[in-house]
Design a protein around this ligand. Sequence first.
Ligand SMILES: Nc1ncnc2c1ncn2[C@@H]1O[C@H](COP(=O)(O)OP(=O)(O)OP(=O)(O)O)[C@@H](O)[C@H]1O
Ligand SMILES: [Mg+2]
Length: 534
Amino acid sequence: MASWRDRLRSLHERVFGRAEVPPSSSESDDERPSITESPDLAQAAPVVAEKAPASRARAPTGKAPATVKTQGKRAAVASNDAPPRSTPKARPLAINLGIDFGTSFTKVCFRDLGSEVSGTVAAGKGGKEALVPSIVAIGSDGRLFLGDSVSGKQAAVIVPYLKMRLAGGPIGERLPEFGGIDLNKAESVRALAAWFLASVIQRSQQWLAVHEADRLKNRVADWSANVGVPVEHYDSQALATFEEVLGVAWLWVKDDLVPKTLQQALPSYRLTQPRLAAEVTDFHAVPEIAAAVQSFVMSREAVPGIYVYFDVGGGTVDGVAFNYLNFRGERRINFYSGKVEPLGVSAIGASLAQGAPGEIDAVRLEKLLKACSQSTLAELVLRIHKLVAYVVMTARRKDGRNWQEDAFQSADYERKFIGRLSTSRMRPLIVFIGGGGSKSEWYKGSIESTYTAFKHHSAGVPPYKLVEVPRPKDFIVPKGSADEFIRFAISYGLSFPFGEGPDIGLPSQFGAAEEPRQWTPPGVVDYADSKDYC
Ligand SMILES: Nc1ncnc2c1ncn2[C@@H]1O[C@H](COP(=O)(O)OP(=O)(O)OP(=O)(O)O)[C@@H](O)[C@H]1O
Ligand SMILES: [Mg+2]
């Protein structure tokens, strides 16, 4: 069986051609700037005031690392250095971090590849919050902070919507200049995003050293990480940008040279980037929605069939339809369709709030929607309907079977999640919803009402059944935490080293020319041509 690295490479090549990032400079490693201090982890990592090289972490042997302050002792997260002779050789423990770099919030899960469990990492404020605002704050002297480590008053500039900026489609306002540096320029955004991700990795490693100390006892952590990239960027130039940023972030953490200030970050990024051509960085870009789907497939309760999944995020609503196959344990996901629209909670909310300050969550969005005009509301609902209809009808057309009559989903699945079959014996189309915005009744209602608004019954589609993505058995949540799985489904999926899960076929591989696998009775109208279909 091909290694996960080969599979990742082949997936990249299938969708993207040879995605290599050419070195932009010929400067050598020797010319790296000497950044004398590591970042101030008292702000970047509240739990352990220690340096955190990424490549190896050694379990704490004595006191809880939170109490260790001595510079250079590295009790919590140790470096690549060989252990002293007297200590018995610690066994490696492979830990993969799944980083869901959200438009509004970043969520992290770790996976212990030895005991095969995943859990949330409270990489947020004070090592207590699982949500890290996807924000970099720049202090008046240029020092960089994660958004939850600084109050609005202290920060000279707040940089939100980092992921969107990196992908080239910013939402929100233009950023000001800072000390002669244009923060809107691609190189500024890349450096800030790399700094953000490097800081999240450091915080995660340090949190694990403290809160998963037993797991790491007498072990040397062998780190790797995945970051989710919106699928629409997965076969675009934006992927190369993401990969470059991940690579630089990884090398910064590995070398324990995460810059402290904006003024350091820009030249350090320029000097680190050319090293990516020669050095292995275990930090990979994985399509976000594939990770979400992976979380369902890895639940082990998953039953083969056709499913739809919508992730309602802060920036976007991502939808996919996929066929999950399992041939005697060989699992495969064929994506029939995928579409992303900037219809997330903050994206819609920001346009309706028209510059009014304050965070827009699902609750505030519902209020804004109630206050807006009927025509605006109708337009927004129509945009959701079109997205849903595209995802469902593209899959229906590509699959070729009659979903209202054929057993396109196993009855086992219905018994588990839906209950008894309806008298009509028409098996519903399972529509999973995830993401923070999926709690909103407006999104749920808009997704569900597509069925009647676009006459999907006449188009051979069974009624939708909206279901929260089930929580897998190997997902652990710290005691007392109120974290909901739907918010972490993507980071959980990303916590699997790429290639460990099922094979993935992307939408472009399932074109209209694909032969239907089952005979369709004459007289069945092809609603793919219908006006109702987007
Ligand atoms: N319990 C809640 N009540 C109200 N709003 C919520 C709640 N939980 C999450 N939200 C809102 O849901 C939105 C989406 O959250 P989520 O973390 O899924 O977005 P994201 O991953 O940052 O965005 P994207 O997936 O578009 O990159 C956010 O705007 C958040 O404020
Ligand atoms: Mg998200």
